[in-house]
Every structure is written in C-alpha cells, then in structure tokens.
Design a protein around this ligand. Structure first.
Ligand code: G
Ligand code: G
Ligand code: MN
Ligand code: NA
Length: 250
C-alpha cells in the first residue's frame, strides 16, 4: 500500500524520467533509434528501475496513466532529437487491455507532429497471449496509424511461430540470453541465424539485444541480424546526452 501511494504521488509529482539507449543498424553502423526506458527518481530510495515498480503499476493499473506519459514524453523528445532517429517505447499488456491505446497514440502523434513511422511500440509475447483476439485488433489499429510494432524479448517464455504470422510485426528483438550464449554454444548461434533468416523472409528486421562485447557484435552481424543494442554500443542515457550520441558505432 505504501508503495502504491508512492507511485500515485510520483506520477503527480513527475518523479519519472526516460533514459534512452541507442540502437545501431549493423550494415551501415549508423545510429537508427533509441529505446526509451523508464526510471524513477524516488525522493528517499534514489534511482528505482522498472523491474521494481512496473509489476505494481500493472497490478494497480497505474501503468495505463504512466504508460501514456511515457509515450507522450518519448514522442516529444523524438521530435527534438537530431538525425530523425526512431524511438521505441515498451507497452505493458495491461495498457493494451485496459488503456485506450489506439486513441492515446493517435492523439499524441497529432499533438507532437512526430512522423508515425518513427515510433516503435515494443510488446512481449506474453502480451500477445493475454486476450488474444482483442490484442490482435488493437495491434492492427495501431499499425494502421503508421507506427511500427516490435516483438520484444523474443525467445523467452512462450514463443510461437504462429505469432509471427498472426500479428502485424515489423521487427523482432532477440533476447539477450541468446546473444550471451552464441559465442559459447553453437546451438544458440544457429538459433539466432535461423530467426534472423526467418524474419528477413517475412520482411521483418531483427535487433540483437544485450551486446556487451565485440565478439558478440561480430557474431550477431554474421548471424544476419539487422540491428544491435547493448552496453557495448551505448548505455541508457538522459535525453541531453542521447542528443549527442555518436552516429557511428564501434
Ligand atoms: O531499463 P531496464 O533494463 O531496467 O528495464 C527492465 C525492464 O523494464 C525491461 O523489460 C523493460 O522492457 C521494462 N521497461 C522499461 N521501461 C518501461 C516502460 O516505460 N514501460 C513498461 N511497461 N516497461 C518498461
Ligand atoms: O526487456 P527489454 O528489452 O525492454 O529490456 C531493456 C533492458 O535491457 C534495459 O533495462 C537495459 O538497461 C537492459 N540492457 C540493455 N543493454 C544491455 C546489455 O548489454 N546487457 C544487459 N545485461 N542488459 C542490457
Ligand atoms: Mn524493450
Ligand atoms: Na527485450
């Protein structure tokens, strides 16, 4: 209860901030976008990460309001960033089910004037599973706005190839557990190669997550992934720093 009241207060007092992690295109080595990651500057506890408060925000449905402010802030920031990078926002399944996400995104795009093609909405497979057909309808309507739909954390939890056919996806983010393993186990490298090829065949891009070493960067490039993200390439950073992120990766 204490934490719930804290959350409510934090939304009202704007204690949240977005950190932006750069994403690079592998072929050109150029910056192609940022993922917006929520941070809570708690007055007593200091910096609190989403793993600690998103579950409670979901339980209390405060995530609907919080998530809307994330989309709005990310779109406002995107308009000001040089080089017209894409901006990716994580959507909670609770937002999809209980929020009026389509109207919210449409209004925010109108308010900010952001090109819809520059907004990416990241959803996990768990979100797709919960309430299957309603979410499918919501995603199709979002896609009709011109935004891009991205499947996050692919390969964790319940992955099904039918999702790739059923849902209007533009990109798959391959979970960092595969990236971590692929320079150690050839099986993981084979899986990443196959997923990247499958995605390409279906007209989708692939982001390899969690790149921490040059070996991993090389491995995901050879595996055919189109984009990469991870601490090696850039940590989540405040907007002012993101605006000065180098255009070329290592
Ligand atoms: O930034 P960090 O690695 O601590 O993020 C941990 C988890 O929190 C990730 O799975 C990420 O997708 C999720 N997350 C970060 N920002 C948001 C957000 O704005 N909304 C939702 N629903 N999840 C987020
Ligand atoms: O689930 P999602 O992909 O949204 O998670 C994003 C989270 O991954 C962020 O909290 C970010 O801090 C974290 N992250 C980003 N790059 C790396 C990395 O190279 N290694 C690890 N361990 N975590 C990373
Ligand atoms: Mn994500
Ligand atoms: Na992810």
């Amino acid at each position: 209860i204490a934490m719930e009241a804290d959350l409510r207060k934090a939304i009202d007092e704007r204690q949240f901030e977005l950190a932006y992690q750069p994403i690079y295109e592998l072929k050109s080595r150029k910056l192609c976008g940022f993922e917006a990651l929520l941070r809570w500057h708690h007055p007593e506890r200091g910096l609190v990460g989403p793993a600690e408060f998103v579950p409670l925000a979901e339980e209390t449905r405060l995530i609907v309001e919080l998530g809307e402010s994330v989309i709005r802030q990310a779109c406002m920031d995107a308009v000001r960033l040089p080089g017209e990078p894409r901006i990716a926002v994580n959507l909670s399944p609770v937002q999809l089910i209980f929020g009026d996400t389509v109207a919210t995104v449409r209004d925010i795009l109108n308010e900010t004037g952001l090109d819809p093609a520059r907004l990416e909405l990241e959803i996990t497979e768990t979100a797709l599973l919960a309430n299957d057909h309603r979410n499918l309808g919501t995603l199709k309507s979002l896609k009709d706005l011109g935004v891009r739909i991205v499947l996050d954390d692919f390969g964790t939890g319940y992955s099904s190839l039918s999702h790739l056919r059923l849902f209007p996806l533009d990109k798959i983010k391959i979970d960092r557990s595969f990236v971590r393993d692929m320079t150690i186990h050839s099986d993981s490298a084979a899986i990443v190669t196959a997923v990247a090829a499958l995605a390409a065949e279906l007209g989708m891009a692939t982001t390899a997550e969690g790149i921490e070493t040059l070996d991993q960067l090389d491995a995901v490039h050879r595996a055919g992934c189109t984009e990469a993200q991870g601490f090696l390439l850039g940590e989540p950073q405040p907007i002012l720093q993101a605006a000065h992120t180098t255009i070329f990766g290592p």
